[in-house]
Design a protein around this ligand. Structure first.
Ligand SMILES: Nc1nc2c(ncn2[C@@H]2O[C@H](COP(=O)(O)OP(=O)(O)OP(=O)(O)O)[C@@H](O)[C@H]2O)c(=O)[nH]1
Length: 456
């Protein structure tokens, strides 16, 4: 039932038909009612006309039997009238009341219905079974017109009773015929029109909806409907409008896709730029921009890690502090640019001379430091001597004159007491200034300096 209701709600053809035929059926019923009323009026008139003819047929016989007081004859004539399908009761009222007689349903003096058998005996039940409430009556006089009399002698009256129900009985078959006729016509029309509305409207709409549901939402395609007529009807216009809309949507989607790709590209470029900027910022944060060596902060961070590893592994580690000699006068003599160049060449010399595992940092100005893991003070001092020599051999040119410079160094080895980078630096710095104080371009090992100081 529910599915039938849903089908009704969904089917435009069915819905239209029920609305159309609902109205059609109401109109048909109204027309039929009017027809039936007219038919009823005609039949009623026919009844009257038929009843009007009865006096001519039966009047003479009744007059005879009343005149001769022939009750038997009167009774049989009245029974004959009563048997007519348009009569429900007959009443004869003679002037002397000697031949009064009634059969079937008749009115009494008070205009109330009374019932009599075919023998004229009062009874409670209606004989005709048609009911008698809607009786209508037709009264005609009876006369005797014998050869012995010049004029008619009034004998009394005969009243005929008929009933609306008889009219309805006669109409019944006509009514059923009209009704069946209307129902068959309505059903036939309903089936034919349903077939065509469904064919030309319902099915194409269903096909249209199905194809829309089948559409790929990412790239919808224009829809083609299997419609057999070529007119530019509303459905084809709707389909064309839908297809145009799909084209517009696809175009917009393509534009959106291109914009997305462009945006993706821009985001990628921006991300790359950001990554580079981040790398640069990190480099700036940890490296010295002039010499590209670790800056002070990076040297301290990495130096602490190396020292911790050495202390944990109980392995050797040495630190060399290096300071370029008389750098101020180099700057003053050859200019700041030459000073910068000297710093760069100096740094490169350190990098090229040491292992990749060694940590080299510029602590500030012309002051540098090197950490050599797994190397003790003696070996570190040798390395420092070698560095010092290489630095002293660097030759720069400035306006046809050669520029040379030297460096002083202090070397220290790690020990459990000197387990921090600051204390190592402080001790190496002391050794460095020992070198400075003893003529520069020298390497001083902290232990040697300490021994010398102790012996003084
Ligand atoms: N060209 C250049 N000069 C720098 C830079 N950083 C520091 N200096 C200079 O280095 C010089 C260091 O001078 P001082 O501290 O007196 O030391 P010094 O002249 O080397 O003397 P000693 O260390 O005693 O041998 C100063 O004149 C600074 O201006 C730099 O990045 N570039």
């Amino acid at each position: 039932m529910q599915s039938l209701l849903n089908h009704y709600r969904r089917s435009i053809a069915l819905h239209l038909l029920l609305v159309i035929f609902g109205v059609y059926f109401l109109v048909a019923v109204l027309v039929t009612v009017v027809q039936l009323y007219k038919e009823y009026e005609n039949t009623k008139r026919e009844f009257y006309d038929e009843i009007q003819t009865l006096p001519a047929t039966f009047g003479k016989g009744i007059s005879e039997s009343v005149w001769t007081y022939n009750q038997e004859l009167l009774q049989s004539i009245l029974q004959g009238m009563y048997n007519l399908p348009i009569v429900v009761g007959v009443k004869v009222k003679s002037l002397d009341h000697k031949t009064d007689f009634q059969i079937g349903a008749v009115f009494n003096e008070q205009h109330q219905v009374e019932y009599y058998t075919s023998k004229g005996i009062p009874t409670e039940q209606a004989l005709t079974g048609l009911g008698s409430n809607a009786l209508f009556e037709h009264e005609f006089p009876i006369y005797y017109q014998g050869p012995a009399f010049d004029q008619n002698i009034s004998l009394g009256t005969v009243t005929l009773y008929s009933n609306d129900q008889l009219v309805f009985e006669r109409l019944k078959y006509g009514f059923i015929l009209i009704l069946v006729n209307s129902i068959i016509k309505t059903c036939m029309l309903w089936i034919i029109i349903y077939f065509f509305i469904n064919k030309y409207l319902g099915k194409p709409l269903k096909e249209f909806t199905f194809k829309i549901h089948q559409q790929d939402t990412q790239s919808p395609k224009p829809i083609d409907l299997d419609i057999n007529w070529t007119d530019e009807n509303e459905l084809l216009v709707l389909k064309d409008s839908y297809n145009q809309m799909i084209e517009r949507v696809n175009k917009k989607q393509l534009e959106l896709l291109n914009l997305n790709q462009e945006l993706d590209e821009k985001v990628k470029v921006r991300t790359r730029d950001l990554e580079r900027a981040k790398e640069k910022a990190e480099q700036l944060a940890y490296s010295d921009p002039l010499t590209k060596l670790c800056n002070r902060r990076a040297f301290f961070d990495s130096g602490k890690q190396l020292l911790n590893q050495a202390n944990n592994n109980e392995s050797l580690l040495s630190l060399i502090m290096i300071d370029i000699d008389n750098f101020k006068s180099l700057n003053d003599t050859y200019g700041h640019a030459m000073g910068d160049k000297a710093l760069i060449v100096f740094a490169d010399k350190l990098k090229n001379s040491l292992r990749s595992t060694d940590l080299i940092g510029r602590l500030g100005g012309e002051e540098f430091a090197v950490i050599l893991p797994n190397i003790g003070e003696d070996e570190a001092t040798n390395i420092a001597q070698s560095l010092r020599l290489k630095i002293s051999q660097i030759k720069l040119t400035h306006e046809q004159s050669s520029v040379h410079f030297t460096a002083s160094m202090g070397v220290i080895e790690n020990s459990p007491q000197s387990s921090t980078i600051d204390s190592l630096l402080a001790q190496a710095d002391k050794a460095l200034y020992f070198s400075k104080g003893h003529g520069r371009n020298q390497v001083t090992a902290y232990s040697t300096m300490a021994t010398a100081a102790a012996s003084q």
